[in-house]
Ligand binder design. Structure first.
Ligand code: IVH
Length: 667
């Protein structure tokens, strides 16, 4: 029986691996998504029923549950060097001259590759199985991020049969342009600062504490080299790239072998032009001597190889003058300095404002009103002030100081320890209220048609909205009296406000503006807890037990619902008929499991975590977030992470879904 199941698991895993490669690496999918999902579900179900048969490289193990292996460090057996930079044709020519000094007049060709703007990683395979992933770190010691990298679909967890027994490859993890835009919109909605460029986005994402969070970041990889000491399988770098692709790695399709430095220069010019058309960011070209024997002959300095050089694109920059710096109040009260600029064109877009992020950043760059500054569209998206042109500073330019009072309400502001943020903590601040109301009604929140930024401002200015719940007690005739609001639009607005009362509670949770709770997190929480009340009453531990919720979000949710003012707003909304819960069946309660403590981890074949929690609670049991000696049972499903390991270490009884259901029946 077990053998038959093991064989079925192996067959399914192999098939899924092949389709993953076709989809993510070869970009030539053969299977409709739904079929692929069906294979995956089948494998997950089998593994959940037979946890002992789950292989470490199973395709289901990408989204590891719980906290990853943290920031343990590893030493790179072969250091991860960096590259010397060049900026123009003459520096590229110098590179050849230096190489020729050592190689004489040997025949010499080069591989030109795109320099991907992301974060360097090392991947280790033993017997074809992915066993370790690491960051570059300082080149000698990197951070172990095995589980986080496992979540990237184009990283193979098992290689084709003819790959070397032990293999370390290196490459660049990056976030595609579109994905970065999307992630930044989500971060903005969650009240988090956007990533300034794709490199920060990739570096931040691979180093997250929780692999489930990395899984939610759209990352991809290009592998560009093998780390090896002697005995290479190939004679040239070009052949290495080809072999790696054959073993299942995603290599960049634009690499090109060229014969002369003139061809190298042409490749650099070509990609300077074509760069904006790529779906990912590149910041230059990497030029590598093709023959591996010549690479060995050239060797490396302590910092960088003599057989490679990077050509850096000129950054698209513009110069302009800072007209004004104003502190803007966000919906959580954070004051953000923002520069108003003499309008200037950069990459075809007219830029007249740039965020300066926070007071520390302004001080570090010493940006003052009247200064001439250089601007860059970082990552092609957000305009950023790079530096001040000191030679053009007017004699009377004063350093910028963050206001000591809120520019909107005049209350004094506080500087948050450990954060670079300055915050207006006046709960009655109207600028914050305006931003909160705008967010409340926004498309991804309650999607209230007719309640955009200007109407939100009118309502706040007229004193008709003093807290978010007031939106539900506005009357049409008062609305119609607002400046510029005709009777039909007032009626339309009243209708869309009324309609929003029946929105899904996940939208409501997102709308009320709990710091760090964006649309996705809100959905996760409501999926698990079913209602705003259950979330408001949950402990940080219980919140953190939800797959995808980290300590910071949990603390923020607890803090938000601990505030009387927030509870009062929600109570007022409830009285106005706003829906606070998803429908759920009434459950009969007993105390059969009284005194028993459960921890849930991984995904069960049929029960959601909310179902399981509900059933355990209905039987009088308790569900907590972390495993300790006091835990009675750990219920483990597919992708169970560190909690399962901990249970095994402590000798806590581990149950599968079937055993849990049996226990619930028996009691
Ligand atoms: S080869 C010995 N090839 O650029 C160094 N690097 O300073 C070998 N990078 O962070 C690096 N694209 O991760 C190489 N096609 C490419 C690359 C590339 C991006 C990054 C690399 C490192 C930096 C080099």
């Amino acid at each position: 029986m077990t053998e038959r199941i093991a064989a079925e698991i192996a067959r399914l895993s192999e098939e899924i691996r092949r389709h993953e490669w076709l989809y993510y690496v070869a970009v030539a999918p053969e299977l409709p998504d739904a079929e692929f999902d069906r294979l995956m579900k089948r494998l997950e179900a089998l593994e959940a029923e037979h946890p002992s048969l789950v292989a470490p490289d199973s395709p289901t193990r990408r989204v590891g549950g719980g906290i990853s292996d943290g920031m343990a460090t590893i030493e790179h057996a072969i250091p991860m060097l960096s590259l010397d930079n060049s900026y123009d044709e003459s520096e590229l020519a110098d590179f050849e001259v230096r190489a020729r000094r050592i190689l004489g007049d040997q025949e010499l060709d080069y591989v030109c590759e795109l320099k991907i703007d992301g974060v360097a990683v090392s991947l280790l395979y033993e017997d074809g199985v992915y066993v370790r992933g690491a960051t570059r770190g300082d080149g000698r010691v990197g951070e172990r991020i095995t589980d986080n990298l496992r979540t990237i679909r184009s990283i193979p967890l098992r290689l084709r049969a003819d790959a070397p027994g032990v293999l370390e490859v290196r490459g660049e993890v990056y976030m595609p342009r579109d994905s970065l835009d999307m992630v930044n919109v989500q971060r903005d909605e969650a009240g988090e600062p956007p990533f300034a460029n794709p490199r920060n986005a990739a570096a931040g994402s691979v180093r997250l504490q929780d692999a489930a969070q990395t899984a939610s970041r759209p990352l991809d990889v290009f592998i560009y080299s093998i780390a090896e000491n002697g005995n290479p399988r190939a004679e040239t770098h070009a052949k290495t790239l080809q072999l790696m692709a054959e073993w299942g790695f995603r290599t960049n399709p634009e690499a090109r072998v060229v014969a002369t430095i003139d061809d190298v220069v042409a490749y650099c010019h070509e990609w300077t032009e074509k760069r904006p058309k790529l779906p990912y960011e590149i910041d230059g070209v990497v030029v590598k001597v093709n023959a591996l024997a010549q690479q060995r002959e050239l060797g490396s300095t302590a910092k960088s190889p003599r057989w490679a050089i990077s050509y850096k694109f000129p950054a698209t920059q513009a110069m302009t003058v800072v007209r004004e710096i104003q502190a803007q109040v966000g919906r959580t009260g954070v004051l953000t300095p923002r520069a108003t600029l003499e309008p200037v064109e950069l990459d075809g877009v007219t830029i007249s404002h740039a965020t300066l992020h926070n007071a520390d950043e302004v001080a570090r760059k010493d940006i003052r009103v009247g200064d001439t500054v250089t601007l860059e569209r970082a990552g092609g998206v957000i305009p950023a002030v790079i530096a001040v042109v000191m030679g053009r500073r007017p004699a009377d330019a004063e350093p910028f100081a963050m206001p000591s009072a809120c520019p909107s309400c005049g209350a004094s502001v506080t500087r948050i320890a450990d954060e670079a943020a300055t915050r207006c903590v006046n709960p009655g601040c109207l600028a914050q209220l305006h931003r909160r109301l705008e967010h409340f009604a926004s498309r991804k929140a309650l999607d209230i048609d007719g309640l955009g930024t200007s109407v939100a401002q009118l309502l706040v200015d007229a004193g008709m909205v003093r807290d978010l719940s007031d939106a539900y007690s506005l009357d049409v005739s008062a609305l119609a009296e607002l400046d510029g609001m005709a009777e039909p639009s007032a009626q339309g607005l009243a209708r869309s406000i009324a309609a929003s009362k029946d929105s899904d509670p996940a939208r409501l949770l997102h709308a009320i503006g709990v710091p760090f709770v964006g649309a996705n997190i809100a959905e996760l929480l409501v999926d698990e807890f079913g209602s705003i009340d259950a979330i408001a009453g949950a402990s940080a531990e219980a919140l953190e037990a939800v797959h995808g919720i980290g300590a910071r979000v949990a603390a923020s949710v607890v803090g938000f619902f601990a505030a009387d003012a927030n509870r009062r707003v929600l109570d007022a909304m409830r009285r106005c008929g706003v829906r606070m819960a998803r429908e759920s069946a009434q459950v009969e309660t007993t105390d059969a499991l009284a005194g028993e403590t459960f921890v849930l981890t991984g995904e069960m074949p049929t029960l959601t975590r909310a179902d399981a929690t509900e059933k355990i609670k209905a039987a009088g049991g308790r569900v907590t977030g972390s495993v300790s000696g006091k835990t009675s049972y750990v219920v483990a499903g597919a992708n169970a992470g560190s909690k399962l390991t901990r249970a095994q270490e402590l000798g806590v009884t581990v149950l599968g879904e079937d055993a849990l259901l049996e226990l619930l029946r028996a009691e």
